[in-house]
Design a protein around this ligand. Structure first.
Ligand code: F6P
Length: 178
């Protein structure tokens, strides 16, 4: 079977400040992860990974948190207490005001998953995404339920190698020392 790799982006300033969403700059540790990636990838896959083409897919954008973008969870709780509760009750279906739900994200990612399923060539694929995006892809290949999906812990600076088999999916993790 064909393996592929997924990880979150390097730690961002928003991650450090506890703010959600956004496309903020990387933190020093996040930059260190980005700088070490080439070396790590060469170690795990040798030459086939070099000079790889890079694609930026809009479909891989982070779950849009709409009007909550850039806020901390505390600020969301103060401004939109009902939303905060609603999300807690059904995190998969909760849709941010002017944004998306995990269910929306799963639909948006269908073409990406099809692409991964179809991929039969030798060239390995490495997807770098935001936390919610990595959760959704990971859940699909491991058959994790919609209820559990939004709570999957995807650590920073960790490359996850997935190898789908007929009825399960093999997994290895490579932790990058930043
Ligand atoms: O904190 C990083 C982050 O990727 C945010 O951008 C995103 O909104 C959040 O994680 C998703 O976490 P949760 O859905 O658990 O609030």
């Amino acid at each position: 079977a064909i393996s592929f790799y997924i990880s979150r982006h390097g730690e961002s300033m928003y991650n450090l400040e506890g703010k959600i969403g956004g496309n903020s700059n990387l933190s020093p540790q996040g930059i260190s992860f980005a700088q070490k990636l080439q070396g790590v990838i060469e170690t795990i896959q040798t030459a086939s990974f070099l000079n790889y083409p890079k694609l930026q897919w809009k479909q891989l954008d982070e779950l849009s948190s709409g009007s909550c973008d850039g806020l901390t969870y505390e600020e969301i709780e103060q401004r939109y207490p009902e939303d905060f509760m609603e999300r807690d009750l059904d995190k998969f279906n909760y849709r941010y005001r002017g944004g998306e739900s995990y269910r929306d994200l799963v639909h948006r990612l269908e073409p990406v998953i099809l692409e991964l399923e179809r991929h039969k060539e030798e060239d390995p694929i490495y997807i770098i995404g935001h936390q919610a995006v990595v959760r959704a892809i990971y859940a699909y290949f491991h058959g994790i339920s919609h209820e559990e999906l939004p709570y999957i812990k995807i650590p920073l600076h960790t490359i996850i190698k997935l190898t789908p088999k007929a009825y399960h999916c093999l997994e290895e993790r490579i932790v990058v020392d930043v």
